[in-house]
Design a protein around this ligand. Structure first.
Ligand code: ATP
Ligand code: MG
Length: 308
């Protein structure tokens, strides 16, 4: 048994496994006992509101912050692109490329060749001797990414790579991320762009106030939540007393009240039957209303419920 372990190289099925990951800044605990597994070749999205701990989680994966718990990472090069620009404005693109390449012990020729290829792919049509500080905001964002992967890493960690990019550039970046995945790389990134995450991520981790709220494929998450239909109702005038009755009804039956006021209500229900029951209950209140729509919720709507 021991010999087996000594001689058989253990091949990890996962890329990263974190157990009970907790991070505190001083006395403030910003990540609490988070467990997650990132598979090889995943496009893994970390989703959460501002301040929920996304960047801190990526920093923990990089060992940039002190954490409790364990992070087991497969062997291989890692590229990390921080949320803020990491390069020097006063240096040219080329000088930055050489600096970052050198940090990762990448040979000079290789760094330049890779930078040129990546700049073409990410459509930065600028000469290498241009000062990095003279690039546009979107170009800087892309240069930041290029510098983080100049060493051709196996694991690519990107903090908010899409923030501030226009629609076409976001598409370009998605195309690039899927290209990296085809090269068998694992991509981990944070985002607020949920509908796009829904389209491209193989798995997502939703963090709410430093805690894991949910993890899995978007369709699994949708399935697991008791929120299959979003029902929007319009009222002529809904009194406070009737609002309280509806809230009470929903609370007792585990229906979500996403919003309720004198002229409208939005509810999350697990299915059509439960929606019909809710509508019958509202009818009994004897107040004019219309069911304006009922439909499957978007990832955005599920997310808003998650982090409430
Ligand atoms: N170096 C630090 N020292 C003290 N507190 C910090 C530090 N970095 C982050 N925090 C705090 O930790 C919490 C989580 O921050 P973090 O940057 O991880 O959030 P985030 O989810 O990435 O937010 P955003 O979407 O705005 O980038 C916040 O309350 C933040 O103020
Ligand atoms: Mg952040």
């Amino acid at each position: 048994m021991i010999l087996d372990k000594l001689f058989k190289k253990e091949v990890k099925k996962y890329c990263i496994k974190a157990k009970k990951l907790s991070v505190s800044y001083g006395k403030k605990e910003v990540l609490k006992d988070i467990n997650f597994t990132i598979d090889k070749k995943d496009i893994f999205g970390v989703i959460g509101l501002s301040g929920s701990g996304k960047s801190t989680l990526l920093k923990a994966l990089m060992n940039f912050v002190h954490y409790k718990g364990s992070v087991d990472k497969m062997k291989g090069k890692v590229g990390y692109c921080p949320q803020e620009e990491a390069f020097f404005d006063d240096l040219t693109i080329k000088e930055n490329v050489l600096l970052f390449g050198n940090l990762n012990s990448t040979p000079i020729d290789e760094s330049i060749k890779r930078a040129e290829k990546l700049m073409e792919r990410l459509e930065i049509n600028e000469p290498l001797d241009k000062p990095a500080g003279e690039l546009s905001g979107g170009q800087k964002k892309r240069l930041n990414i290029i510098l983080s992967i100049i060493n051709d890493p196996q694991i690519v960690i990107l903090d908010e790579p899409f923030a501030g990019l226009d629609y076409m550039t976001r598409l370009l970046l998605w195309d690039f991320i899927t290209h990296l995945r085809r090269q068998k790389k694992t991509i981990i990134f944070t985002t607020h762009l949920l509908n796009e995450a829904q389209k491209y991520c193989s798995n997502v981790l939703i963090i709410s106030k430093g805690e894991r709220f949910a993890m899995g494929s978007v369709s699994d998450l949708k399935r697991s939540l008791n929120f299959k239909l979003l029902v929007n109702v319009k009222f002529k005038y809904l009194s406070q007393d009737n609002q309280d009755k509806i809230k009470d009804y929903c609370e007792k039956r585990d229906l979500l009240v996403l919003g309720l006021n004198t002229d409208s209500g939005a509810f999350g229900v697990p299915g059509k039957n439960r929606m019909d029951n809710l509508v019958s209950m509202i009818k009994r209140l004897d107040t004019p209303f219309d069911v304006v729509e009922y439909r499957a919720p978007s990832l955005n709507e599920i997310f808003m419920v998650s982090v409430k």
